[in-house]
Design a protein around this ligand. Structure first.
Ligand code: ADE
Length: 242
């Protein structure tokens, strides 16, 4: 089955962009995923094909019109699709959410520009708002590409090694342990010599597993203690659910 993404945008040429390369590009060629862009401009008003207007109540910037975006949305005729508006106000995109979206056969992404979209459009069509992080982009398109990338690599047949998604960062609310490859002893340009940790060269798989788990734990504690809190909260929730 093909994972399908509809994209409502003023800049259709931004797609597939970076997703046309590498693993996601090959997966696109193979039909593991597909996309369709809708140019919001095609549904604009008047001779100038206007898609935005000044905000009620005053203030800076322009707001994308509900009537214009609705026409673009309805042109898709995709009633079963999960509708998402990329916005810094949305719920955070997490690995868990990416997994869930990659298991949803069809999603529709609305990319905003300017100050945003008329709230009535979001309410009337029940759009889910998703943010890719606590910073503001100039438009939703790069956020859509990031969301899609996070989902595409989880689709069956995209990654060569099916083991990979299990061990990587965030899967178990932990950051990943460090990786090393040959040469075992490496002298950097400044003359300092660096060695691969001895345990990884020991061949003792139980020890290696324990070392990696400890590294993951320490890196997570130091860099992202919030992930450990998240896990504690999730566990508590699971224990009180039945
Ligand atoms: N559009 C602008 N900024 C964004 C963000 N941080 N996440 C998602 N969409 C956005």
């Amino acid at each position: 089955m093909t994972w399908h993404v509809n994209i409502l945008t003023l800049f259709p040429d931004m797609f597939p962009g970076c997703l046309g390369q590498s693993l996601s590009g090959k997966a696109l060629e193979k039909g593991i995923w597909s996309f369709k862009t809708v140019n919001i401009r095609d549904f604009g008003e008047g001779v100038h094909k206007s898609v935005d207007d000044t905000p009620y109540g005053g203030g800076a910037g322009m707001v994308m019109r509900a009537d214009v975006i609705e026409k673009a949305l309805l042109s898709l005729d995709a009633p079963g699709s999960r509708k998402i508006y990329l916005s810094p106000r949305g719920k955070p995109l997490t690995q868990k959410l990416a997994q869930e979206l990659s298991e949803t056969p069809e999603i529709t992404l609305l990319c905003g520009r300017y100050e945003g979209v008329d709230q009535r459009l979001l309410d009337a069509h029940d759009l889910e708002e998703i943010s890719i992080g606590d910073y503001v982009l100039s438009g939703g398109e790069p956020a859509a590409l990031i969301l899609m990338d996070a989902c595409i690599r989880l689709l069956p047949g995209v990654l060569g090694n099916m083991e990979t998604p299990v061990e990587e960062s965030f899967t178990e609310n932990r950051l990943e342990y460090p990786h090393y490859t040959r040469p075992a002893k490496w002298t950097a340009a400044d003359g300092k010599t660096w060695e691969v940790p001895a345990v990884l060269q020991s061949g003792d798989h139980a020890k290696i597993k324990a070392w990696r788990a400890e590294q993951s734990e320490n890196i997570t504690k130091a860099r992202r203690p919030d992930l450990l809190t998240t896990e504690a909260t999730e566990k508590k929730k699971r224990n009180t659910e039945y």
